[in-house]
Design a protein around this ligand. Structure first.
Ligand code: FHN
Length: 474
């Protein structure tokens, strides 16, 4: 009972009815991942072993707000080049974009030997950035498996010189450092003969069908999912992808959803398990579609979505998998403000890294994550466990909420030292800078329906200074 109850009880009288209408429209779109305790495909119903309601199951995830996405696999070896040619588009799609036959692409496994891979170091980088969970590609579209699978030899143990179970090492490192381990898993498989391998050279041709696809699902996909959940769990989230293939259907998605929840009742599953996704804005088209949360990709919804579970996944440059020549890195300022923007709309931020073939997270990513961590060390309280802004966007930035306070994320500091907070009628009991350990009080004046906070002339943090307003609830 997160956002909805808080908003109703605290009556932050918002004069911006426009906002509600637009988010209502958005909510219509996102009904599938609604934060209700309604059953999602019966998995929550009755059976004694499934104790948790959806709200209880989602609690850690909703409070976490910030996670690391890791795209890693054989595609890190060519790193965006094939036979000396730069291959356009995202690096992990090189098999498709360079029209590489299965037997040729498979040869990369013989070269995959990431000796610099250090699971503890990766988890430390995520944790130090303020991230609470990690979603790593157990298997991407190219079909290569980063764990010791008994169902396939196209994996790290049987077909590479590395012969270390990467997911096992990450599972142990996450357990040690208190980070939730989650797996990305592609339904689309360009390597499996019963899946999309026969579609070469257009592995991703959505018009094509494989008569043996059900056999792939029953004898390969589901058994591997079981391996991952049972042998490496408990997992936080199973993050499906590649569900757009023609042969995958909503009934298959609902069945997979139930199958996974039966294996681990408290697991969370994204909305790409079914066919509910609406394009890259990726909210579900309705409650009837399987999945616990929406997955906007490379975009942030325009307005708040109070009461809806969603998570924006995003690259730090222009590729998910490592590309040696992609240096179009987002700035630390942009990333910190995006995190605040996403949290102010009630969403999670899943920020990607694409490690090299040696097993290193690219330095530009490491530096930006460390800088985000410095900001989170001071301001984490204004992100973790917060809910969507009850007063919409602010002229100066964004707002996140807790039952008894608002966090104003000030991106554009008022030169005159007068911070305007439009449409807030509640009485402000106390205002102060979150970074100020003394919490020295800032003067607050009412001006009609608005509040004016007297702040220092200089912005303590040029990227995002958080001002806390302790609110008297009506
Ligand atoms: O095709 C994938 C892509 O490679 C990447 O994994 C992203 C991450 O969300 N998902 C798909 C594109 O929607």
């Amino acid at each position: 009972m997160g956002n909805k109850k808080a908003a109703q009880s605290n009556i932050y009288v918002c004069s911006r009815s426009v906002l509600i209408t637009s988010s209502a429209a958005f909510i219509l779109l996102a009904a599938g991942c609604a934060r209700t305790t309604t059953k999602s495909s019966g998995a929550d119903s009755g059976q004694a072993k499934q104790q948790l309601s959806k709200d209880e199951r989602m609690k850690w995830w909703r409070e976490a707000r910030f996670g690391m996405f890791i795209h890693w696999g054989l595609y890190a070896i060519p790193a965006g080049e094939w036979k000396g040619e730069k291959i356009p588009n995202i690096g992990e799609w090189i098999m498709e974009n360079a029209d590489i036959p299965v037997d040729e692409y498979e040869q990369l496994a013989k070269q995959f030997n990431p000796v610099k891979f250090n699971a503890d170091e990766w988890v430390r980088i995520a944790k130090n950035a303020g991230m609470k969970y990690i979603v790593i590609t157990s298997k991407h579209h190219d079909g290569f498996c980063l764990w010791d699978s008994k169902v396939s030899d196209y994996d790290i143990m049987a077909s590479t010189p590395f012969k270390r179970d990467i997911l096992k090492e990450l599972s142990e490192a996450c357990a040690k450092q208190g980070i939730r381990l989650c797996f990305y898993h592609s339904i689309m498989d360009w390597h499996h003969p019963d899946a999309q391998a026969p579609f070469y050279p257009n592995y991703n041709d959505r018009r094509l069908s494989n008569a043996n696809f059900q056999r792939y699902v029953d004898t390969y996909l589901k058994p591997q999912i079981k391996e991952l959940v049972i042998n490496y769990g408990p997992l936080g989230v199973l993050w499906f992808d590649g569900e757009w293939v023609k042969d995958w259907t909503e009934p298959m998605g609902s069945d997979m959803y139930k199958y996974v929840r039966d294996l681990q009742p408290d697991i969370i599953i994204n909305n790409r398990v079914g066919k509910g996704r609406k394009g890259m804005q990726s909210m579900s088209r309705g409650e009837e579609f399987a999945g616990d949360f929406g997955t906007p990709e490379q975009r942030i919804p325009p307005t708040g979505l109070a009461g809806v579970d969603w998570e924006t996944c995003m690259t730090m440059n222009d590729t998910w998998g490592f590309k040696s020549y992609d240096h179009n890195w987002k700035s630390t300022k942009d990333l910190i403000q995006k995190l605040a923007d996403i949290a102010s709309k009630g969403g999670n931020f899943l920020l990607n890294v694409g490690p090299t073939a040696e097993g290193l997270i690219p330095q530009p990513s490491v530096e930006r994550l460390a800088a985000m961590g410095e900001w989170m060390k001071i301001n984490g309280e204004s992100i973790y466990g917060t809910t969507a802004s009850p007063i919409g966007k602010l002229p100066c930035g964004r707002c996140t909420a807790k039952p008894d306070r608002l966090y104003l994320h000030v991106f554009n500091w008022p030169q005159d030292g007068k911070l305007l907070v439009p449409g807030l009628k509640n009485k402000v009991k106390k205002a102060y800078l979150l970074a100020d350990k003394e919490r020295s009080e800032l003067a607050v004046k009412s001006r009609g329906k608005d509040k004016i906070i007297n702040v220092p002339k200089e912005a303590p943090d040029k990227i995002n200074t958080v001002v806390v307003l302790e609110i008297k609830n009506k």
